[in-house]
Design a protein around this ligand. Structure first.
Ligand SMILES: Cc1ncc(COP(=O)(O)O)c(C=O)c1O
Length: 461
């Protein structure tokens, strides 16, 4: 029987093997799902495995696992590996803390309070509160549920009055906004998709008109969602102007900073989020630009009463000691909750604000370097000069979708495309600050070489 000491030692060997393989071969072998099912025996069976068979099977699974921490992974809004946060994450699994009570989590409750309080102060919520959530989508869901309850007093106790509710977000906002509206009874169709300017920033006049029309039609505006770092273009909605509109109409203002919240760590770039201190809520994913392992997301509220006012339930079998402040389960959607605070706190304590400032600066510098290179290259077309760290571009006359697929099939890089103004563009996310400008040069040269082998292609949809 495998004991925990052997298990940890096996885990360390397998992890190091995986990390070394990233250096030797930064992209995992390409396999279709059908091929993978042929290559790997994933079936659960009556009979178990002995130690060697088990380790071999795990090794095979790792061999085909996408290498999301390598320098050739640009596909999502996370990347790279932070050694300190990884250390703490491994320990979080070993100590197996559940974050509902001080009785069960001890110092980890205080650690979560510290990270939440520091994040609130970075936003400008001097007396705010918050909770870590399993990802930005759930953080958005939580915020929207709180905003909905605050918009219609009594809803939490007796349910929806039936008055149609509306939410406002830009056409570039993340899909978790419409999804949440569908889940919490606002209705997906009642999310007004406000148009943007060409670079992807919300048109504030269009927002103002949409709210005024809805109010005069008897609808109840629940929330405006300003996106700080849109998923494709990395654009920042003008939060300060949006805050004025929110104030005029008395509507909850939420900032979805899942991607771009970390820009608050940079003295040079934090102006992109100016006005966030006037918002009612803010979400921020340290698992994106701060490089903490997936997942780590905070939902932050300017008014510290909002969380418990909307989530508190009595449960004598759980909340038995200490006061509610020290029992975060009284302010959380979840009961049992993963300890995502420890890895963030450990990395932040180790690197300091200064370390994160350097990280964000480097990400912006890499993105600018990539954008300049693309602009200067006659075969490539830059979609927009990036406002932050997403560099969108096309190869003239070639399909972005085919280029991305070909890079993956040939095991050269993993990258995705987005749609901008009806056009498919390759999205290069400059998140992994272990990359150098030479890596960006290599990547662009690879894209051009792959594109040269492809037939002419279309990007219009
Ligand atoms: C702007 C924005 N909001 C929310 C999310 C959702 O975050 P998560 O993937 O942690 O659910 C994302 C994810 O990319 C995002 O870009």
């Amino acid at each position: 029987m495998l004991n925990i000491e052997e298990a940890l030692s096996d885990a360390a060997s397998l992890a190091l093997e995986f990390i070394r393989s990233e250096e030797e071969k930064p992209v995992a072998p390409y396999r279709t799902p059908e091929q993978l099912l042929g290559d790997l025996d994933l079936s659960l069976q009556e009979k178990g495995l002995d130690h060697d068979e088990f380790i071999q099977l795990i090794r095979e699974v790792l061999a085909f696992t996408p290498k999301t921490c390598s320098g050739c992974f640009y596909n999502q809004l996370f990347g790279g590996r932070d050694a300190v946060a990884t250390l703490a994450e491994i320990l979080a699994v070993v100590i197996n803390t559940s974050m509902y009570t001080f009785k069960a989590a001890g110092p980890h409750v205080l650690i979560e309070q510290e990270v939440v309080s520091r994040m609130c102060r970075k936003v400008g919520f001097e007396h705010g509160d918050g909770i870590l959530c399993p990802g930005g989508s759930i953080a958005n869901l939580l915020v929207m549920a709180v905003a909905r309850n605050e918009a219609e007093p009594g809803l939490r106790e007796t349910g929806h009055s039936g008055r149609p509710m509306t939410v406002y977000a830009s056409s570039e906002s993340h899909y978790s906004i419409t999804k949440s509206a569908g889940v919490i009874g606002i209705g997906r169709a009642n999310v007004r998709q406000i148009r943007t300017d060409p670079s992807g920033r919300m048109d504030v006049d269009a927002l103002n008109r949409a709210i005024a029309e809805d109010i005069s039609a008897g609808r109840l505006p629940v929330a405006i969602v300003a996106t700080a770092g849109t998923t494709v273009l990395g654009a920042f909605d003008p939060v300060a102007d949006i805050a004025e509109v929110a104030g005029e109409h008395g509507v909850w203002l939420h900032v979805d900073g899942a991607f771009g919240g970390s820009v608050l760590m940079s003295g040079e770039h934090r102006h992109l989020l100016a006005g966030s201190e006037k918002a009612d809520s803010f979400i921020w994913n340290p698992h994106k630009m701060m490089g903490v392992p997936v997942v780590c997301s905070a939902a932050l509220f300017r008014n510290r009463a909002h969380l418990s006012a909307n989530l508190y339930e009595q449960a004598e079998y759980l909340f038995q000691t200490e006061d509610d402040e020290l029992n975060p389960g009284t302010r959380s959607l979840q009961c049992g909750r993963r300890n995502d605070a420890f890895k963030l706190w450990a990395a932040w304590r180790y690197h300091g604000d200064e370390g994160y400032e350097r990280k964000v600066q480097k990400q912006f510098a890499l993105a600018r370097y990539a954008a300049d290179r693309i602009e200067a290259d006659g075969d490539l077309a830059l979609t927009f000069y990036p406002e932050s760290i997403n560099v969108c571009f096309e190869v003239a006359g070639k399909s972005s979708e085919q280029i991305c697929q070909s890079l993956r099939e040939r095991e050269l890089a993993v990258i995705g495309y987005g749609v901008v103004w009806g056009h498919r563009v390759i999205r290069l996310v400059c998140l992994n600050d272990a990359l150098s400008t030479a890596d960006i040069d290599d990547f662009l040269a690879t894209v051009k070489a792959i594109a040269a082998d492809l037939p002419p292609g279309e990007n219009d949809i």
